[in-house]
Design a protein around this ligand. Structure first.
Ligand SMILES: *[C@@H]1O[C@H](CO)[C@@H](O)[C@H](O)[C@H]1NC(C)=O
Ligand SMILES: *[C@@H]1O[C@H](CO)[C@@H](O)[C@H](O)[C@H]1NC(C)=O
Ligand SMILES: *[C@@H]1O[C@H](CO)[C@@H](O)[C@H](O)[C@H]1NC(C)=O
Length: 376
C-alpha cells in the first residue's frame, strides 16, 4: 500500500475531528426580543470580580466603575482570549478616517483606514509580532496607546479626561487630531456577557460627539478639521473562540443637532445579558435603545435595514427605524484555518427616525457598518 496515502487519510480525519469537535460550529444566536436595558449608573466598585468575571451586566452613561483587568493575564489561556482595541474615527462630508491599535493576545494590529468621497477606500494595515513593544491605554480616558515601526506610527495620548491627541502616520499619510469633549458629554459604557458565568464578556466605552480639530494629509491631499465630530470605540473583552459582530456607527450634524448612533449585534448570552449597547446620542444626551436588528435588504444589496425589535418607546428604552445606504466597501479576509477573520467595512449614510416617550428625531448622518466574523 502507499504509506503516504494512509498518512494523508489519517491527517484528513484528524482535521475533521478537530473542526467538528474542538472548533465547533459558528455562533448564530441573535437576540430578537426586547431586553430590559438595565442602567448601572448608580453602581460603584469594580467592573470585574477577582476571578476576572463581570461583576454586573448592563450599561452606563459615564465610565464610573473601576476597570481592574489584573486577573485577565494570570494564565496563558486567559491572556490569549483577552482582546483589546482603541479605535478612533471621524465621518465628515469629504473623508472618513479610522485609526486603531488592537491587541488580540497572540498578535497585534495597527491600521489606518481612509475613505475619501469619490475614491476607493484604502487601508494601511500592519500585523505586529507579539514580541514587538506596544502600549495600550489604561482606560478610555487615561494612559497612552503607542506603536512605532519603520512602516507605521500610532500614538493616542490622554492629556486629561476631556482632551486627547490622536496621531498616526506612514510613508504617505499623516493624521494629527485633537479630540475634546465636555465633562457633561454622555456616552455608552457596556458590560455584556458572552456566556452564562460572565467569564467571557465585552466591556466597552463608546464616546461620540467629540469636537475634533487638526489635519490629515493623504497622498498629498490635505484636509483641515475645525470643529468636526469624532468618536472613540474603546474595548476590552474576553472572547469566545467564535467571535464577530455587526456594528453600525454614525455621526453628524442634522437639523441643528449633533446626532450619533451606535448599533451593535454581538454574540451575547441572551439569558444573562441585561442590556445591549444600542443607543443614539443627541448633543450631550445619550438615549438608550431597545435591541436593534440589522439586515441586508432583500431588494437592494447596497441597503441595510435596521430597527428596534419593539416599535413603541418605553420608559427604559426608545426605538429607532431606518436604513443604511452603502456608498463604498472594503473587504479583508484572513484564513489560517484555526485562525480566521472576515471583515466587511461598508461606508455610507444612515437615515431614519428615533422615537422617545417625549419626542421624535429624524436623522441623516454618515458612518460605517461593519460585518465581522472570526475564529480567534
Ligand atoms: C498582567 O497585566 C498587568 C497590567 O494589567 C501587569 O502589571 C502584569 O505584569 C501582567 N502580568 C503578567 C503575568 O503578564
Ligand atoms: C468638501 O469638498 C468640496 C469639494 O472639494 C468642498 O467644496 C467642500 O468645502 C468640502 N467640505 C468640507 C466640509 O470641507
Ligand atoms: C519610530 O521608528 C522609526 C524607525 O524604526 C524611527 O526612526 C523613529 O525615530 C521612531 N519614532 C519614535 C517617535 O519613536
Amino acid at each position: 500500500m502507499f504509506p503516504w496515502l494512509k498518512c494523508a487519510a489519517y491527517l484528513l480525519i484528524f482535521c475533521i475531528i478537530i473542526e467538528l469537535i474542538i472548533l465547533g460550529p459558528p455562533l448564530t444566536n441573535r437576540i430578537t426580543t426586547s431586553i430590559y436595558q438595565y442602567n448601572l449608573d448608580l453602581k460603584v466598585g469594580d467592573v470585574l470580580t477577582n476571578e476576572g468575571k463581570l461583576q454586573h451586566t448592563g450599561y452606563l452613561s459615564f465610565p464610573t466603575l473601576h476597570w481592574n483587568p489584573q486577573s485577565l493575564n494570570s494564565t496563558l489561556y486567559k491572556s490569549l482570549r483577552y482582546k483589546q482595541w482603541d479605535f478612533y474615527a471621524m465621518y465628515t462630508e469629504n473623508i472618513t478616517l479610522c485609526v486603531a491599535l488592537a491587541d488580540i493576545g497572540y498578535a497585534k494590529n495597527a491600521f489606518i483606514t481612509i475613505y475619501e468621497k469619490g475614491r476607493d477606500p484604502i487601508t494601511y494595515d500592519q500585523i505586529i509580532f507579539p514580541w514587538e513593544p506596544t502600549k495600550m491605554s489604561d482606560t478610555s480616558e487615561e494612559g497612552t496607546t503607542f506603536y512605532n515601526s519603520s512602516s507605521i506610527f500610532v500614538l493616542f495620548v490622554n492629556a486629561h479626561k476631556y482632551l486627547k491627541s490622536v496621531i498616526a502616520h506612514n510613508s504617505n499619510t499623516e493624521i494629527n487630531l485633537q479630540f475634546r469633549k465636555s465633562p457633561q458629554q454622555e456616552s455608552i459604557v457596556y458590560l455584556g456577557p458572552f456566556n452564562s458565568d460572565m467569564s467571557q464578556f465585552f466591556y466597552s466605552h463608546k464616546v461620540y460627539n467629540y469636537k475634533v480639530y487638526g489635519y490629515a494629509e493623504i497622498q498629498g491631499r490635505e484636509y483641515v478639521f475645525d470643529n468636526e465630530l469624532g468618536m472613540l470605540d474603546w474595548v476590552r473583552g474576553v472572547w469566545p473562540y467564535h467571535g464577530g459582530w455587526i456594528w453600525g456607527s454614525g455621526m453628524g450634524e442634522y437639523q441643528g443637532n449633533k446626532f450619533a448612533l451606535n448599533l451593535g449585534e454581538l454574540p451575547k448570552d441572551p439569558n444573562v445579558a441585561k442590556a445591549t449597547d444600542d443607543c443614539v446620542i443627541i448633543n450631550e444626551m445619550m438615549i438608550k435603545l431597545d435591541v436593534v436588528v440589522m439586515e441586508k435588504s432583500e431588494k437592494d444589496e447596497n441597503v441595510w435595514e435596521f430597527k428596534t425589535v419593539n416599535s413603541e418607546p418605553q420608559a427604559m428604552y426608545s426605538v429607532i427605524k431606518g436604513e443604511f445606504r452603502v456608498e463604498a466597501k472594503y473587504n479583508k479576509k484572513i484564513n489560517f484555518w484555526v485562525f480566521q477573520s472576515y471583515l466587511i467595512q461598508n461606508f455610507g449614510v444612515f437615515e431614519g427616525e428615533v422615537k422617545t416617550l417625549e419626542e421624535n428625531y429624524k436623522f441623516k448622518v454618515r458612518g460605517i457598518l461593519e460585518v465581522h466574523s472570526a475564529r480567534w
